[in-house]
Design a protein around this ligand. Structure first.
Ligand code: ZN
Length: 300
């Protein structure tokens, strides 16, 4: 008997089974693939309501932050149930609004990295040797994709500046974390996200990482004015504090690219508090704290 999905880490196999069972229970969920990882795993997207325009939630960029995958699926499941039964979630009626602008969730942007973190370098297919060579420490702390590129350093937003900062810190080759690659969008996973963002109108982007109970909300001059107000609302609903980009978190992130390229609000939510990888036991508390914020993010 498989343990409950939320009671054990989300290996890719368990993740696939969970997606299938969600689709079976809630046939109105639209399940598609936004592309493939280096090792050929699918980057699944789950949509509820109108797929275009949409609000986008994306998680599982950093391998050891796999609890974001579970948070997003847990929310998707509750949202689908509320939608099906015409119920409220966190006091908000889930209904017609989502037919105007739906929610798309990309729970696991980095399935190869998560496989390495949970099952070791051997799970990386033809990159198994590469991953084993790069992995100088506990695989559970892996953050990058299968060939040692940190996906959230690989987006085209201040990429050259970020590269220089990485080099100053001695990060100049494939690494378990913080190596941004040879050029922006060099990785199939980041390219898949970029082509998704270009293929439909994403009104607002929320990317999920761990940890710190923080919300990053701006990226330079192209940050739209309403980002600040939305950020304040998100902060009020969750108790998470607003922070500004600094150091190696300054550039190259998915939300940075989104803000700069589209001039629409983009956020990074750092879920939970503690040491990565956060244990599955933290999920209930994190979800309880974030549910209202997630509902507001999905419907506003
Ligand atoms: Zn992260």
């Amino acid at each position: 008997m498989q343990p409950d999905f939320y009671a054990a880490p989300p290996t890719y196999e368990r993740y696939l089974k969970k997606l299938q069972s969600l689709k079976k229970t809630y046939p109105f969920l639209q399940l598609s693939s936004a592309g493939q990882s280096l090792c050929g795993r699918q980057l699944y997207a789950v949509s509820l309501g109108a797929p275009n325009p949409c609000t986008l939630f994306a998680g599982g960029f950093h391998a050891q932050e796999w609890l974001t995958v579970q948070l997003l699926l847990r929310f998707t499941e509750d949202l689908a149930e509320a939608w099906q039964q015409g119920k409220t979630l966190a006091g908000v009626r889930i209904g017609a609004d989502l037919n105007q602008r739906g929610l798309t969730v990309l729970p696991m942007v980095n399935p190869d990295g998560i496989s390495i973190a949970l099952e070791g370098a051997a799970s990386a297919g033809r990159y198994a040797d590469t991953a084993a060579r790069i992995q100088a420490e506990n695989p559970a702390l892996w953050q990058a994709n299968a060939r040692g590129v940190d996906l959230n350093h690989n987006f085209d937003a201040g990429f050259t500046q970020l590269r220089a900062m990485e080099q100053e810190q001695g990060i100049d080759q494939p690494s378990p974390r913080q190596y941004g690659g040879l050029f922006a969008h060099s990785e199939p996973e980041s390219r898949a996200i970029v082509s998704f963002l270009r293929s439909c109108r994403v009104e607002t982007l929320y990317t999920f990482h761990s940890q710190g109970e923080e919300i990053f909300w701006e990226y330079g001059e192209r940050t739209p004015a309403r980002s600040r107000y939305l950020a304040q609302m998100l902060s009020k609903a969750s108790g998470y504090r607003l922070v500004e980009n600094a150091g190696l978190f300054s550039h190259g992130g998915c939300k940075d690219y989104f803000i700069e390229r589209f001039q629409r609000p983009g956020f990074t939510i750092e879920i939970g508090k503690g040491t990565n990888p956060l244990p599955v036991e933290d999920l209930d508390g994190i979800y309880a704290k974030l549910q209202e914020m997630l509902v507001l993010a999905a419907v506003i």
